[in-house]
Design a protein around this ligand. Sequence first.
Ligand SMILES: Nc1ncnc2c1ncn2[C@@H]1O[C@H](COP(=O)(O)OP(=O)(O)O)[C@@H](O)[C@H]1O
Ligand SMILES: [Mg+2]
Length: 336
Amino acid sequence: MSPRKNPPKKALAPPGSPAPESPVARGARRPRIKRTVAILSRKRSLYSTRRLVAAVRERGHRPLVLDTLRCCLLLAQGKPRMTYRGVEMRGVDVVVPRIGASITAYGLAVVNHFEMMGVPVLNPATSISRSRDKLRALQFLARSGLDIPRTVMAHDRSNVRRLVEEVGGLPVIIKLIKGTQGVGVMIAHTLPEVQTILDTFWDLGQEIVLQEFVAESEGRDVRALVVGDRVVGAMRRKAKKGEFRSNIHRGGEGQAIELPPAYMQAAVQAARIIGLEVAGVDMLEGHAGPRLMEINSSPGFEGLEGATGRDIAGEIIDHALAYAEARAGGARASEG
Ligand SMILES: Nc1ncnc2c1ncn2[C@@H]1O[C@H](COP(=O)(O)OP(=O)(O)O)[C@@H](O)[C@H]1O
Ligand SMILES: [Mg+2]
């Protein structure tokens, strides 16, 4: 089904419309009830989007890729509605949002609107928004007793030395609250360096946090992908030479690992606390176990599928379908 090329007249997903003729669809399982799974994504050519579409087809359901910025939200007295390229949005059973950092605000509005329309969304808007703010996420994680690197947020230029002492001294990590893919994460080795970086960001109106540098992690970290209440894949990422950030986008390399139980539990607990059904949880390997760094609500999984050989897309879609089913069951029960 491709609303891009040939939008049907009445609704995007009329009940009983035929399956697309693709080799995957021909070999697909035949489910009892055919579901429409919408994937919110800026581009259908992105690896994770393509994989999710294939996973929906393989299960005999109907994938629908929606460009987030083309969803038009209609509000008036009564029921909220949505159109997509002028066509009324109907018949979507579950939404899997893939919201890039550059369109967080609009993406959250679209996710919220689907929720208002009673469509189950994996992940909910409030949880995506919590995860996008590194400080907000750490507040939730730390309060629940998970171990995080010592972190301070401040806006006081007068005593930077004290801020540095609070997080255990030099070197320190300085992070933009809303950075991603390693951009906006810095390391400072001297006090004048810290002062210059802080002054620059504050002058630019950007909020930052100072964080303890977890030296024993040695440019490595662990990425665990949580789906529902399980870790479905994990890898250790190693920074390239001369770099402390292990992000794949910064040249880091991933290697599949069997996660120790403590890491497994911490990752699942973190996802539960933030309220994410699908989450990429980043942990540093501290002397005493996992130290949570951040949690991603639209984790890419090209690196993880490559490293582990696991069908991560399939895990996400199976969970999305079960989640929708449980919601529909709940709605039927409360109606009856
Ligand atoms: N406190 C820290 N100690 C040591 N390394 C860190 C610390 N914080 C971040 N890093 C390194 O920098 C990378 C990026 O940091 P992260 O907070 O995950 O930001 P981003 O959202 O940009 O990925 C991490 O994957 C890790 O390798
Ligand atoms: Mg990260």
